[in-house]
Structures are given as C-alpha cells and as structure tokens.
Write a protein that binds this ligand. Structure first.
Ligand code: ATP
Ligand code: MG
Length: 348
C-alpha cells in the first residue's frame, strides 16, 4: 500500500469506528517508518499505539490495539501478551549465565550505539536447562528490565492437527512480532524445534521445523526472540546455529539454594533454622522445588498462627519434597518421550 492509501485507511478506520482497519493501517505505517530507518519515530508511534503515551514506562496494557493472531480452526490466540514486574534480584543463577543475560539487555538498551556502528543487538537467544530452573522467569525478568511487553508463543495453540495449519500459524506469529517490539518467548520450543531426522516424526513436523528455521532466518524485526527448551539434545545442529547466544540454566548449587530460600522465605522469621544445612538437604532441588518447599513451610506456619518457621514445618515440607522427587524420577522417561512417541510410558 502507498503511504497515501495507508493514511486514507487510517482516517477511514477512525471515522467509521473500524478499529481493526485503524490498527492494521497504523501498524503498517510504523513498519514503513522502520524500513525508512526512522527508528525513533517508529518506536514512539509504537509506544503510543501500545500504551497511549510515547513513554517507555507507560502502561502497555492497551495491547488490544494489536490484533493478536489466532488459530483459524479453533480460534485460540497464538500468543499471550503480558507485562512483567520482575527485576534482576528475582533471579538466582551462576555468574556466567547471569552475565550473558545482562549483556543481552545492555545491547538492547544501547541499541542506538550498536546500530550507529552498523551492528545489530543480539536477537536470537536459546535458553536451555532442566525444568523449573528459571528459563521462563529469566524471559520475564528481561522483559521487566527492558520495560517491554512479553509475548509468549502458545505452542498448544500453534500446533494444529490440521495439515499445513501449524506452519501457517507460525507464519502468523512471525508476521505479528515483526510489526512491534517485544521480548518474544518461544517456550517449550522443542515441541516443534526438535531433530528433523528423528525417526518418530512424521512429515508434517519436518515441514514445520523447516518453516520455523526459514522464519527465524528471515526475521528482520526489532524484537528479542528467546527460545526455551529442556530437551536441548533433541534439537538438531541447524536449530542451534540459528541462535547467536546460548544460555544455560543449570540446577541450582547449594549456595544458590541458600539464596533462593532466603528470597522465598523473606518476611518470615527463620531464626530457628539452619538455612545452609537445609539447602544441602534439598539435594537435587530445582528453583521451582525450592519455591514450592518454601511456600509449603510458610503455609504450615501461617495456618498455625505463626510468622516463625519451625523445625516441624521444615520436616513436613522436606518429606513431601523427597516424596515428589521419587515420583518425578519415575516419571522422567515418560516426560522425555512425550513429543517423540506421543505415548506416555507406564510408571514401573
Ligand atoms: N534460577 C532461579 N532463580 C529464582 N527462582 C527460580 C529459579 N528457577 C526457578 N525459580 C522459581 O521456580 C519457578 C518456575 O521456574 P521457571 O518456570 O522459570 O522454570 P523453567 O526453567 O521455565 O521450567 P520449564 O522448563 O518446566 O518450563 C519460578 O517462577 C521461580 O519462582
Ligand atoms: Mg518454562
């Protein structure tokens, strides 16, 4: 569409109260400005469209101005758009992983310095590590510190049983994110990004992975794309190569678990507890486990009318953690096979 046509559509949309025509013309105009390299204007227009102000910290709640793409057959939205309140202090990670995340944020904050030198900030990032170790949380923290809306791609909606629809949904997702500036999280990315040569996969899945790779290559938008997986061994080399930065989210060390316990139990009196010994007893616990343990202990204390956590609360919560750990160890192979065979293995 020419610029004149876009302006006509914009005015017509406004005059006729046709919100969808207005939004699509406005989004296209922003994209045009971006192509012309008028990035400051494009950013400002985008923020105004998003939150009604040109300010970075304006509430970006007015996401209804963007038409969130849906799965055509079932009508499910393909993305969830949220705002994140989190900051760095929420995240406990090894220095190397935290350093990589902070570097990505620095690049996006000072994008203009990089672009001035002809370099783009890191745009495709892979998070990998076991479940419950902070991958989704880290994406929320990055969105929070960048004051960017977080767009989480919903693979349950993207993956369709209709032939060709999954690839079409992926295209809709990329068309959408191309038009704005988001932190985009492809959570459980391996649900579609796994090894293309896997003998269990049928043709449709291979096509989908190819489409995904092409879309990532062709992506020229401003957003930061984060893919998260806990099955990194299932991703083939072609997928790994697409990512400029790869960040590991290992299970927390004893020292990390101490920091997490302090964080999750802040506001409670822990003077009767030996936090260091407790962190050791929570052997193999992920961040999610430490959080669940802490909530359970805190709940027991509160129900008893206390804000002091005592040894009984800890013992009960520790027992239930150990029980859950035994169950989940038996279930792990079934979870690993969930995307390859489509069947759940029986628990022995
Ligand atoms: N490294 C961490 N630092 C602080 N809190 C953590 C960390 N890891 C996990 N948690 C706690 O556990 C919760 C769940 O973690 P999160 O959802 O980020 O895990 P995940 O790695 O995305 O898991 P999955 O692979 O199953 O999606 C977080 O909301 C947080 O409260
Ligand atoms: Mg996650």
């Amino acid at each position: 569409m020419t610029n004149g046509d876009l302006l006509r559509q914009l005015f017509r949309g406004y005059a006729m109260h046709d919100d969808s025509a207005f939004r699509s013309a406005a989004s296209e105009l922003i994209q045009e400005e971006r192509i012309k390299n008028h990035r400051l204007l494009a950013d400002d227009l985008e923020r105004i469209l998003l939150n009604g102000t040109g300010h970075r910290n304006g509430k970006p709640n007015n996401v209804s101005h963007y038409e969130i793409p849906k799965d055509r057959e079932r009508g499910f939205p393909l993305l969830d758009i949220t705002e994140s309140p989190y900051d760095w202090d929420r995240l406990v990670l090894p220095e190397s992983s935290l350093g990589s995340l902070k570097q990505i944020v620095r690049e996006h904050r000072h994008k203009d310095l990089l672009v001035g030198g002809g370099i783009k900030p890191t745009q495709r990032v892979l998070f990998f590590g076991p479940p419950g170790c902070g991958k989704t949380l880290a994406a929320q923290v990055i969105a929070g510190v960048l004051s960017s809306p977080l767009a989480i791609v919903r693979f349950d909606a993207v993956v369709s049983s209709y032939l060709g629809e999954t690839a079409a949904n992926l295209r809709r997702v990329f068309d959408f994110i191309q038009r704005g500036r988001w932190v985009v999280l492809f959570d459980e990315f391996d649900a579609i990004g796994k090894d293309r040569d896997n003998v269990f996969e049928h043709g449709e899945l291979k096509r989908v992975v190819n489409t995904l790779l092409q879309l990532m290559d062709a992506f020229r938008g401003e957003s930061l794309l984060i893919a998260a997986t806990n099955h990194e061994k299932l991703l083939d080399k072609a997928v790994w190569r697409r990512f400029e930065t790869v960040v590991q989210f290992p299970a927390p060390s004893v020292q990390d678990r101490v920091l997490m316990l302090r964080q999750f139990l802040r506001g409670f009196d822990c003077s009767l507890l030996n936090i260091g010994a407790l962190a050791k007893q929570l052997a193999d616990a992920t961040g999610a486990d430490v959080e669940r343990f802490s909530i359970e202990a805190a709940r027991l204390a509160l129900l008893d009318g206390r804000t002091q956590i005592n040894k009984g609360d800890v013992r009960t919560s520790l027992d239930s953690y150990l029980e859950r750990r035994t169950i989940s160890r038996n279930l792990t192979p079934a979870k690993t096979n969930r995307h390859t065979t489509g069947k759940r293995r029986q628990v022995d």
